[in-house]
Design a protein around this ligand. Structure first.
Ligand code: ACO
Length: 461
């Protein structure tokens, strides 16, 4: 028998976005001096400005509670209107109990316990999997007409050493719904997953990852190449026309640090050259830029190749400034918030670019280990949704420029002390956090204590 009265969601995508980030940050240039390394390494070499930091008064649950409440209150969304909620994070605090169950306390108060979805993790990719699941739920026969929420982000902390300046913190909340001002383009995805140990967290007693930095960059480039080819194939199947960077208006890439994003964006032009048969074509329009790399193509020798890096940076410089830099505000100011990084980039873009109607935004999400995808959004000026009228409105409500300016800068010594609190206390039972609550803004949640059964108690300031 044919189904009847099936709800059909059209133009599913992002209706609203929020981010919760800590009120304190450390300056990357002050960190260079403190760490006694040459001036410019973190700021120019890694391309970072500041880094968000938290002590032991905040954890992934308190930050997620804050991001949900910010999104719901600033956008006037009733808690009863959410039918799915998924959390994407790698800041795991319990091997069984999900972060999602903590967030349910906000919905229980409103009598809404009928909410599907749970946590999903793989390094920085959990939020993307959560978003894909939410969009697919809405486009399926199981959709009941309500919105979905994706909560994604992390507290990224590293042991003392070269990786420490690539930390950060932030949790993004995304409201997914139909007739959205930013629509996920149907059928356009390019995914690559493989088994590799570039970054992993096998030690339950420490928050710090084991990381092979150079390998992680090589893996990022390889995943980018394969996902790009897969996305291109999907695009060409769907539209029956060749795909290249000419079809992209803006691009947002997972941002461990800004310089990697700039190099990776440039690498997409080298991909266009290679995938279009440039090495064998003497008349290819990018021949003069890339011919000296014809013999290496996208192979292993292309990953840590300073000459190729210079060539891709040069060819993409202008486009980087107009198509990618507007997405770099939060990633450069907060640092890497892992699962939330690419979504912090999207929110930055919505803040900095007024008009996205009919523009294609190409997204690259990468999580070590590894899982990666290219996918895309299209600005939908025709959404005419009175509650969520435009992408510009999303940026205005989130108001990140002012909120970043309102933060408090702390010294590298204070930053190191905050990390030490986390290191000392992250697995303790029956303890009250050592850090003060001074940096917690009124109305925000924080970790009050952990009791002798390791139950975590939160308070609202
Ligand atoms: N002025 C300007 N630039 C400088 C200076 C200086 N004084 N000194 C160094 N640099 C440049 C270097 O040339 C290099 O740039 P290049 O790669 O374009 O040549 C850059 O600064 C970094 O210097 P390195 O010596 O390569 O840095 P190091 O090995 O100390 O660490 C790394 C960098 C590997 C990124 C480390 O911070 C790390 O392991 N981070 C965590 C892993 C990571 O983020 N991986 C990315 C994908 S996975 C994920 O998202 C977690």
């Amino acid at each position: 028998m044919m189904e009847s009265n099936r709800l059909q969601a059209q133009n599913v995508g992002i209706l609203a976005m929020e981010i919760y980030f800590p009120s304190t940050y450390v300056s990357q240039s002050e960190l260079e001096t403190f760490d006694g390394i040459p001036e410019g390494k973190y700021t120019k070499g890694l391309g970072q400005t500041n880094m968000a930091c938290v002590g032991d008064r905040e954890d992934i649950v308190s930050m997620a509670l804050n991001s949900v409440t910010l999104l719901m209150s600033k956008n006037n969304v009733p808690y009863t209107k959410i039918g799915r909620m998924e959390v994407g994070t790698e800041t795991i605090i319990d091997k069984s109990k999900s972060i999602k169950t903590h967030l349910m306390s906000l919905f229980q108060e409103h009598g809404n316990t009928s909410i599907e979805g749970i946590d999903t993790f793989n390094a920085c990719y959990g939020g993307t999997s959560a978003l894909f699941n939410s969009v697919q739920w809405m486009e399926s026969s199981y959709w009941d007409g309500r919105y979905a929420l994706v909560i994604t982000g992390d507290i990224a902390v590293y042991a003392k050493g070269p990786a420490r300046p690539t930390g950060g913190a932030g949790v993004v909340a995304i409201l997914v719904g139909p007739n959205a001002p930013l629509v996920m383009e149907q059928g356009l995805r390019g995914t690559h997953m493989e088994n590799v140990y570039d970054f992993y967290k096998p030690d339950g007693k420490s928050e710090y990852p084991y990381v092979d930095g150079k390998l992680s960059i090589e893996c990022y480039f390889r995943a980018l190449d394969i996902c790009y080819a897969n996305y291109k194939a999907a695009f060409e199947r769907k539209h029956n026309t060749p795909f290249s960077m000419d079809n992209v208006d803006y691009s947002v890439l997972h941002s461990p640090f800004g310089r990697l994003v700039q190099k990776s964006f440039g690498r997409m032009y080298f991909n266009d050259y290679v995938l279009a048969g440039g090495p064998a074509d003497p008349n290819h329009r990018m021949k003069s830029h890339f011919q000296e790399f014809d013999s290496i193509g996208l192979g292993k020798e292309s990953y840590a190749n300073p000459k190729l890096e210079q060539a891709v940076l040069k060819i993409s410089e202008q486009d980087y400034n107009s198509k990618v830099a507007p997405a770099s505000t939060l990633p450069k100011e907060l640092g890497n918030c892992y699962s939330g990084s690419v979504y912090a980039g999207i929110l930055s873009l919505l803040t900095n670019v007024e008009q996205l109607d009919n523009k294609r935004i190409l997204i690259f999400s990468y999580g070590s280990g590894l899982a990666a995808s290219f996918f895309s959004f299209r600005g939908n000026g025709a959404a005419q949704n009175p509650d969520f009228p435009s992408t510009t409105n999303i940026g205005k409500i989130a108001n990140i420029t002012q909120r970043l300016a309102d933060r408090t800068k702390i010294t590298p010594e204070e930053f190191t002390k905050k990390l030490q609190y986390r290191e000392d206390n992250c697995t303790k039972s029956a303890y009250t956090p050592a850090d003060t609550t001074d940096g917690i803004a009124a109305g925000h949640y924080y970790l009050d204590r952990v009791d002798d059964k390791l139950i975590r108690h939160y308070s609202k300031k």
